[in-house]
Design a protein around this ligand. Structure first.
Ligand code: HEC
Ligand code: HEC
Length: 312
């Protein structure tokens, strides 16, 4: 009873007063030189055994908002080739990484996949050897980190610094939150519905997600499969079946397809499934349209680091 009243009050608060979503800051802190080096590494297949697959291959920063637009990526972080690549944009605002949240820091995130035989299939030593044989990288690491020998530790450090720079500020919605722009009636109504119906209870904060573990199937049971990359695989607790780190909704109109297995093609369908499984009803078409109109205002600008020439 108390919980119900608590939830009711929280929803009322979110609906009528306090803003549960914060804008992406216009400027964030990171080391520019290290990030420029990380940017080179991010785009360079030198890090992968097959010399083909750079980070960019699955996290396209220009055309695909940091994803690959494939339902599932194969042979990388994904242990069984059944996982959709989440965006690398705005990752610095997530509290854990991967669908199951198994990495607590970006460092843990990057260390695992590069070494794993099922993934990038590179030993840390191979990465180091390759880069140390590369005169341009040797020179750049010397310049920026003051070292004669490149270590994996520094490679990870540079890539993480680049990831920290990958924010998408100044979306229409952020400008609205800062009082710099108006939303249309439909967009505004969509945001009100998003709060009133309860989407906001899981999709809030800077990333409208990325800050908690939640279930798909809170109201109506969602089918479960043992290969799903959910919290259950980490904890073994029954109640963690179909529990994921909530995905971000920033740039959501361009990070399709949706859900952990990439099984959902359109944003309309994703929102309808959310309403059905997590809120217990189907949305009338006009409400669906308004929520989509609101979600489309979450498209941000390219980060500063991708606008510049940078290191060549
Ligand atoms: C073959 C495709 C592929 C390549 C190449 C790839 N990734 Fe990923 N990335 C994925 C998939 C799939 C996931 C989700 C895996 C999971 O949740 O288990 C992911 C997850 C991530 C995440 C976590 C995002 C979040 O919010 O949880 C980050 C950060 C990331 N990748 C960065 C990188 C970096 C840096 C590289 C290069 C060193 C890289 N990726 C290379 C497919 C790829
Ligand atoms: C109880 C928590 C909860 C509620 C309430 C909720 N969501 Fe979600 N949402 C999630 C989780 C968890 C996922 C990941 C599901 C998956 O991958 O299987 C998700 C996924 C999504 C996705 C797909 C994101 C992607 O990148 O794949 C969209 C879009 C979305 N939600 C929108 C909404 C909207 C709109 C509402 C309200 C109608 C809503 N959600 C209500 C927890 C919630």
């Amino acid at each position: 009873m108390r919980i119900t009243i608590g939830l009711f009050l929280l929803t009322a608060l979110y609906t009528y007063g306090y803003e549960p979503v914060q804008p992406v800051p216009k400027v964030v802190e990171y080391d520019r030189d290290k990030a420029e080096l990380g940017k080179l590494l991010f785009h360079d297949p030198i890090l992968a055994k097959d010399n083909r697959t750079s980070c960019y291959y699955c996290h396209d920063l220009y055309q695909k908002c940091g994803t690959d637009h494939r339902p599932v990526s194969k042979g990388f972080h994904d242990r069984e080739g059944k996982v959709n690549a989440p965006t690398v944009y705005n990752v610095r605002f997530n509290f854990r990484f991967f669908w199951d949240g198994r990495a607590k820091t970006l460092k843990e995130q990057i260390l695992g996949p590069i070494q794993s035989p099922d993934e990038m299939n590179m030993s840390l030593k191979e990465v180091e050897d390759r880069l140390n044989q590369h005169p341009v990288y040797r020179e750049k690491f010397k310049e920026i980190y003051g070292v004669d020998r490149i270590t994996f530790e520094l490679v990870a450090d540079a890539i993480i610094e680049f990831e920290k720079a990958l924010i998408t500020p100044n979306s229409k919605f952020d400008k609205y939150l800062r009082g710099e722009a108006q939303l249309t009636e439909d967009e505004l109504e969509g945001y009100r519905l998003f709060k009133k119906l309860g989407c906001i209870s899981c999709h809030n904060g800077i990333n409208l997600g990325g800050n908690s573990f939640q279930k798909i199937g809170v109201i109506k049971p969602y089918p479960w499969h043992p290969s799903y990359p959910d919290r259950y695989r980490i904890t073994g607790n029954e109640y963690d079946k179909n529990v994921y780190r909530v995905p971000t909704l920033r740039n959501i109109d361009c990070t399709y397809p949706y859900f952990h297995d990439g099984s959902v093609k359109t944003l309309e369908e994703a929102v309808q499934l959310m309403a059905y499984y997590n809120l217990g009803f189907r949305l009338p078409q006009d409400e669906l349209d308004k929520i989509i109109a609101f979600l489309k205002t979450l498209r941000g600008e390219l980060p500063e680091i991708l606008k510049s020439e940078g290191l060549q």
